[in-house]
Design a protein around this ligand. Structure first.
Ligand code: SF4
Ligand code: SF4
Length: 100
């Protein structure tokens, strides 16, 4: 699957339409210690199938391939809800993002 280095993510949203599984979405709230103005985009572990369609879409190289999902090293008994709260994205119709 893929991961995003939050410090390198400017929140430009360019990667979002490259994911056919809607696994790339902006965080609902920006972390308080964030240096960039816009909130970051995150990878939803429950949606990402590791197809790598998004690889190469990030201008800052914040998006990169990883061999194992971060939650794979945690016991399933200890995982409550792995995906953070995110904004929804309008993909279709006028001004919709569609797919890249
Ligand atoms: S690897 Fe595929 S499923 Fe995962 S975020 Fe990228 S495009 Fe979406
Ligand atoms: S393309 Fe890169 S910098 Fe832009 S939102 Fe996606 S991960 Fe962040």
């Amino acid at each position: 699957m893929v991961a995003i280095t939050e410090a390198d993510c400017t929140g430009c949203d360019l990667c979002i339409p490259h994911c056919p599984f809607e696994a790339l979405l902006p965080l609902a709230e920006s972390p308080t210690d964030r240096k960039h103005k816009k909130r970051p985009v995150v990878v939803l572990a429950t949606q990402c199938v590791g197809c790598l369609s998004c690889i190469g879409s990030c201008p800052t190289k914040a998006l990169h391939e990883i061999l194992l999902p971060p939650i794979s090293t945690t016991s399933p008994l200890l995982i409550s809800n792995s995906d953070p709260e995110t904004e929804s994205i309008k993909r279709w119709g006028k001004k919709g993002l569609g797919w890249a």
